[in-house]
Write a protein that binds this ligand. Structure first.
Ligand code: SF4
Length: 337
């Protein structure tokens, strides 16, 4: 299928404007993501409807903690990614084209079959997740449009590297996003992820200004992005540029893919990072991948009451009514119904 968001250039070259790499692609070549190919001057998406994963997940797994808690989200992915994170937790599918000579596989599906399966499964949303939804934008866009018509919400779990053009195109149908802000360090983005930090910052700010509900996730990798001064800058960016109501998830790293020589993030590092976030003024800071940790709960920023109890992806008691803490009446930020 012909891709959206590209320009034709001389000699059958094309420029893809879907993500901030803005690849210049010669006739016959593919972009960095490995799933968009120039065929005689026409850019084609090679993954339209080729789903490598489809599951029903709790929305908490995305993670989104302030968006329809306790509901199910129909979650889909194709292969491919525009990043090369050395710690990728889904490298078998996300890096398949890059690591296996352009290999693309998946079950052929239509947007209407995804929406019907989401409705049948009792889901309130569809999540475009596991790999990078930007690189299967055309399928995500068509599915999101149809889902919105049926009263379902749409969620991107993303590295935030889509261009402003892509985001502006999909935003009428995009209700929420969890965006990875992987570090606050241009070198880390370049060397560990193959991308540039400034574009992710721009996407986050644009999402907020377009009214998309945003939560942010940072995976803390020992010795690579755990410097307290850097985490302070990152937390202050969220608090000041996105707002103190933006939930921040600090996630525990486990050695995987190309970073197997490291060790899991010590829990005390995550706890210290959470303190940094709270000190920066963030109202909701969570630690992830540490089951049973009290920092999975939502606490009222005003009176300290436990507003939402969680254990892993399970939601316990909600002590929120009409979006307010039942103890002190403070507004607990989020989309609750
Ligand atoms: S989506 Fe990004 S990585 Fe893929 S071809 Fe387009 S600009 Fe390049």
């Amino acid at each position: 299928m012909e891709a959206y968001l590209y320009e034709s250039l001389e000699d059958n070259k094309v420029k893809c404007n879907l993500c901030s790499h803005r690849c210049l692609i010669k006739d016959g070549g593919r972009g960095i993501c490995g799933v968009r190919q120039n065929a005689g001057g026409s850019l084609q998406t090679l993954v339209y409807g080729k789903l490598i994963a489809r599951h029903i997940d709790p929305i908490e797994k995305k993670p989104l903690f302030h968006f329809l808690p306790g509901t199910l989200s129909y979650s889909i992915a194709t292969v491919g990614c525009n990043f090369r994170c050395q710690f990728c937790q889904n490298a078998d599918i996300a890096q398949m084209p890059a690591d296996h000579n352009g290999r693309i596989v998946g079950e052929t599906c239509s947007p209407s079959s995804v929406v019907a399966a989401a409705e049948y499964g009792g889901c309130q949303s569809i999540s475009y997740t596991y790999t990078e939804p930007t690189v299967f934008f055309e399928f995500a866009y068509e599915t999101a449009k149809l889902a919105a018509d049926k009263g379902l919400r749409n969620v991107f779990v993303t590295n935030g590297y889509m261009t402003a053009e892509a985001l502006e195109m999909i935003h009428p149908y995009l209700n929420a996003a969890n965006v990875d802000l992987k570090a606050f360090n241009a070198k880390y983005y370049k060397e560990i992820c193959g991308a540039r930090l400034k574009h992710v910052q721009a996407t986050l700010k644009l999402m907020k200004s377009l009214g998309i509900f945003v939560e942010v996730t940072t995976l803390i990798v020992p010795d690579l992005n755990d410097d307290p001064a850097e985490l302070k800058d990152l937390a202050e960016f969220i608090a000041q540029d996105l707002g103190p109501a933006t939930p921040w998830h600090i996630s525990r790293f486990h050695p995987t893919y190309k970073l197997t020589g490291s060790h899991p993030t010590p829990v005390k590092t995550l706890t210290a990072a959470r303190e940094i976030g709270l000190k920066a003024g963030l109202r909701y800071v969570y630690t992830g991948n540490v089951p049973g940790n009290a920092a999975e709960n939502t606490f009222c920023y005003s009176c300290g009451e436990t507003a939402i109890e969680r254990r892993g992806f399970q939601v316990g008691k909600l002590r929120i009514e009409g979006g307010q803490c039942i103890k002190c009446g403070a507004k607990i930020d989020g989309i609750w119904q």
